[in-house]
Design a protein around this ligand. Structure first.
Ligand SMILES: Nc1ncnc2c1ncn2[C@@H]1O[C@H](COP(=O)(O)OP(=O)(O)O)[C@@H](O)[C@H]1O
Ligand SMILES: [Mg+2]
Length: 232
């Protein structure tokens, strides 16, 4: 079994003006390549912090995090940026779309960062937007789209460069039931058919059936990992 992510004893403490908050308090977690891992747990338990460390957006204070066998913490910053641009797609909870760029331009950013020509990148971006049901809206600015539509643009942007690891923070929270399930189907198709790995933070019990494994977090710890495949 190939591991996409290996976390050993991860600790992260935020220090804001002398006030210390331990967000990760010794996380041990393996994420198997080709699987969809969901991460659940109460608000404030450290889910966003954990996926930020896994994706190399945030450095841990202690412990080891390996992504496809690489220790991002030990990489030079330029190598780390390149590695992340090629291998990771991230859907932020707040979407983080660039307000002055239209949907297709936003989605094409990862391709342009990886060296693709602009016209080709935009063609590819529009194909992805069609897959998330927004083909007709490729010219729209984020401000002209609803929350749910912006969420789908952010998901298209995370998938467009075919990264090996796709990390999503509450990807269906702003979507109605049917759109949410369609987005999950799309994410799962990408993971299954291309042997990609998905990590999805969610509160949304309506999508738990898409998971291969569910890791439950509380208070900076992993308290349980359920294997949904064994349960059939
Ligand atoms: N940038 C930050 N500075 C200080 N504390 C933070 C910061 N980000 C998160 N925290 C704190 O760390 C803990 C875990 O937060 P987070 O990872 O966002 O949890 P979750 O995503 O599960 O809601 C919370 O107590 C939160 O208030
Ligand atoms: Mg969060």
């Amino acid at each position: 079994m190939n591991l996409a992510v290996r976390c050993q004893n991860l600790v992260k403490v935020y220090d804001t003006g002398g006030q210390k908050v331990t967000a990760l308090n010794g996380i041990n977690l393996d994420i198997i390549a080709g699987q969809l891992m969901m991460l659940v747990g109460p608000s404030g338990c450290g889910k966003t912090t954990l996926i930020s460390v896994i994706a190399g957006i945030l450095d841990q204070d202690e412990g080891l995090c390996e992504l496809f066998g690489e220790n991002l913490l030990a990489m030079r910053s330029k190598d780390k940026l390149n590695f992340r641009a090629k291998n990771i797609g991230f859907v932020f909870q707040a979407f983080n779309l660039l307000p002055s760029l239209n949907a297709a331009e936003n989605v094409s950013i990862p391709l342009i960062i990886n060296g693709m020509k602009r016209a080709e990148a935009e063609r590819k971006a529009i194909t992805l937007l069609e897959q998330v049901g927004l083909g007709a809206r490729w010219k729209s600015l984020p401000s002209q789209l609803s929350g749910g539509q912006q969420q789908r643009v952010a998901i298209a942007r995370a998938l467009v460069h075919n990264p090996r690891l796709i990390v999503c923070d509450e990807p269906t929270s702003a979507l109605d039931h049917e759109t949410g399930r369609n987005v999950m189907k799309l994410l799962k198709d990408v993971a299954l058919h291309k042997d990609r790995t998905l990590v999805i933070v969610t509160h949304d019990a309506r999508i738990f059936d898409f998971a291969d494994r569910i890791a439950e977090m509380d208070d900076g710890h992993i308290v349980e990992v359920q294997d949904k495949r064994e349960q059939g």
